[in-house]
Design a protein around this ligand. Sequence first.
Ligand code: GCO
Length: 439
Amino acid sequence: MLKKDFIWGCATSSYQIEGAASQDGRTPSIWDTFSHQPGNVFEDENADTSCDHYHRYKEDIRLLDELGVDAYRFSISWSRVLPALTQKSKKGLDFYNRLVDELLEKNILPFITLYHWDLPQYLQDKGGWEQRDTAYHFVDYARTMFDTLGDRVDNWITLNEPWCSAVLGHMLGTHAPGKTDIQITHTVIHHLLLAHGLAMQALRSELPNAQGGITVNPFTPLQGEEGQEHTEALESYVNFHTCMYLDPIYGRGYPQKHLSQNPTITLPIKDGDMDIIASPTDFIGVNYYTEQILVAPINNMFFAETLETSADKTEMGWDVVPDGLLRQLHWINNRYAPKTIYITENGAAFNDLKNNDRVKDSKRVDYIQKHISKTLQSAREGVPVRGYFLWSLLDNFEWDKGYSKRFGIVYCDYSTLERTKKDSFFSYKQLILEHSSKT
Ligand code: GCO
């Protein structure tokens, strides 16, 4: 159990930072396969080495310690610990044992994400998330991790952003496994949510004192123009991109309006599935980066037009909208009344330059400060937000954008792997210090 009312943290994910892609028996994930296929990732980059966190985790934990965080959110590479369907890797499991022990020694709470998009390739070869069996394989893997780390880890996140796995991975094809099929997307959504629910049930039976939840990236855009067509466009958009996940998790089933608007689409629901998916969670993880403004029409890929605004933009081209975080937290709280919300990711990419061992990332300093201020405002206004995890500790492999987008508060020189603390590292440290004394 957490002793503090509000926890401060940093987040990363396995494929984005670990490297050591084929070391100690690790087998490929769908992201290894995808990134090695030409044309999928910016400049055909991959994360074979990335930040080499697998070998440098002690140095990275020292950075977390210096930063003064209460908690560290990281994910497990499934194919590192289970390199084949029925084979456990002692070396792979030992890496996470060492990582957790090192964190605990520094008094940093581990928050583990079980699935941050790196499905083992051997499961993709059997159909991946299109197959119901994958949900059951996920639970076997989750149990392995509960057995291995459950004596020391109390906080578990089943999936990170199932929207990305489903929509980017199976509808838009910009993420692994690179498919573009709307029916498959829906099949995958259901199997991902089933996997989440089954893992929540396994967590309750294996680790009754642990806390569990899921991390989502809700879309709660603003309506750009008055009028019914715009209201309807917004509703359809939110139904497909947000409520498809949160409604079933909170026991409301899938949004019927979305299904009736798209009568050819089917969901592979079996008896009892919706109860499994609605298994109670202890918290919801929210990843927030930006807010969009929408107007009609919605095209056949369920995307509405977003309005160009004059807001400052990050290197991803995303508007900087701190108030959007406040609005989103209230929206979630009003609609679903979760027990606890953690901001499991928030941060920004900017074009950072290193000069004489200094990275002056004043835009990131400002971004972080403003979003934390809105997070704390939401708590004062009654939203049960109990923690903030900055994305990310290190610059890392930003999926299809490769290394071109830097989100870290620590700069990574990818040729030497040297880490340099950016100005935002020191300002976040200061913010943690100031706020921790108050909570
Ligand atoms: C996500 C992922 C992270 C990204 C981060 C920046 O939210 O997309 O969880 O892995 O790197 O969000 O885009």
